[in-house]
Design a protein around this ligand. Structure first.
Ligand code: LRH
Ligand code: MN
Ligand code: MN
Length: 432
């Protein structure tokens, strides 16, 4: 790796200070797990193998519909976004790949690839964007105000299909092997759109994209209950999403964004069903209180995140065949995006490590004996275990920081780039 944004000696010296405490905590947890018949080293190895992609759009400060309050040193384009992604990976060692959004990140693919290689990064799933108008894009002159892939006008549908084909071509040039399609299509009023015909038009368009997929690519469709369409979204839930993946074929899979469901929906059960149907394509991890809040993963309901991972671990071989994509999809309005993404990747790994601690034989026994209390306790015992030493050990073994946020703050990276990158203007809308 070359051109790394954080001086490696800073990570080394910070780790040297923290290592004695880590070793003591690690040994204590190791003893505890040993008594439970679990090898701590095996869990560390599994955690080290677990990676999650960061969203290029997540390193800029987000916003809401009401306002955006830019932070210092915001990346001005995709190359600077990659620098920030490299910081996250250098310190956390859980995020070696980046998921791009076109046209937000459109640039020369060869230059992009070279830049990423220099930073030790690769690219995960590509994202198309037909949920906004793109006045600067000569290839997309028609408006998506009334939809894209399901639009009543064939010319708009064709434009949206062609945009997706361009995204695939771009992705091929940078080594990606998947495209995620999320559309904002739908209606705000009963009667505005014919529910059946709009879905048929969507399917016809999605099939055109699917036909153009390269042999080794996968197509992920992402459902979302509402926003921007408040009455009826065309791809509103996992049922419709599964229907789509089944209609399209073997390279089509469903993507689950954790924030795209009604409050209280049992997302882990959706995950289980999609695994059963062999159609779980991947995740957009985030957390939410009310809707698509895009808050840091595990910041509101870490137990739910754990329960999702419990299903993934439970699925075993069935999951390895599906090898779902792990991506973060967050918007950071009040925190430093780099810190939020480091923390989120860590929380996702935490949920995974905790799920690995579940005593599955005991759980099965409690289930078969109809002992709900002990079955629930069995999960809680794993969830309550503080696996922080495992996460820190995994990071430090891979050259990352034992306390990545402390090391990031001490590095002065944000202040340094704030001097190089002029302050961005605030805006009314939160859209990137
Ligand atoms: C839609 C969504 C989708 C987009 C991203 C910016 O709410 O989750 O994944 O690509 O936000
Ligand atoms: Mn998403
Ligand atoms: Mn979303």
């Amino acid at each position: 790796m070359t051109d790394m944004p954080i001086d490696p000696s800073r990570i080394e010296s910070d780790n040297a200070k923290r290592n004695p405490d880590l070793e003591a905590d690690y040994a204590a947890l190791g003893d505890q797990l040993d008594r439970r018949g679990i090898s701590i080293d095996a869990i560390v190895q599994a955690v080290r193998g677990f990676k999650v992609a960061v969203p290029s759009w997540g390193v800029g400060t987000g916003g809401t519909r009401f306002a955006r309050f830019p932070g210092p040193g915001e990346p001005r384009g995709i190359m600077e976004k990659l620098d920030d992604c490299a910081v996250i990976q250098q310190l956390g060692r859980a995020t070696p790949s980046v998921s791009l959004h076109i046209p937000w990140d459109r640039t020369d693919p060869a230059a992009l690839k070279e830049k990423a290689q220099g930073l030790g990064l690769t690219f995960d799933a590509m994202n198309s964007n037909t949920f906004q108008d793109h006045p600067d894009d000569p290839k997309q002159p028609l408006s998506y105000k009334y939809g894209s892939l399901s639009h009543a006008d064939k010319a708009v549908r064709t434009q949206a299909i062609e945009h997706n084909l361009e995204v695939i071509e771009f992705g091929q040039a940078i080594g990606s092997t998947a495209i995620t399609v999320w559309i904002g299509d739908g209606s705000n009023f009963p009667g505005q759109v014919d529910l059946a015909r709009s879905f048929e038009r969507y399917l016809e368009s999605a099939k055109a994209i699917y036909r153009a997929l390269p042999e080794d690519w996968r197509l992920f469709t992402e459902h979302k209950m509402y926003e921007p369409a408040f009455y009826a979204s065309v791809v509103q839930d996992w049922g419709t999403n599964l229907l789509i993946a089944q209609e399209l074929g073997t390279k089509a899979f469903c993507l689950v964004d954790l924030g795209h469901h009604a409050p209280n929906v049992n997302i882990e059960q959706i995950v289980s069903r999609l695994i059963f149907a062999e159609k779980l394509g991947g995740f957009h991890f985030n957390d939410s209180k009310y809707g698509d809040d895009d808050l840091d993963a595990g910041s509101i309901d870490p137990f739910r995140l754990f329960l999702v991972f419990n299903e993934l671990v439970e699925a075993g071989d069935a999951l390895s065949r599906l090898h779902p994509a792990h991506m973060i999809d967050q918007s950071h309005n009040v925190t430093d995006p780099i810190e939020s993404l480091i923390r989120s990747a860590d929380e996702i790994r935490r949920a995974y490590a905790q799920a690995l601690l579940v005593d599955r034989a005991a759980l099965r026994g409690f289930q078969d004996e109809n002992d709900p209390l002990m079955a629930s306790e069995c999960l809680k015992r794993a969830f309550r275990t503080d696996v922080s030493p495992i996460l820190a050990k995994a990071r430090s073994m891979d050259g990352g920081a034992i306390d990545p946020i402390a090391t990031y703050r001490a590095s002065g990276y944000r202040n340094r780039i704030a001097e190089q990158r002029p302050a961005a203007a605030g805006s009314r809308s939160g859209i990137v």
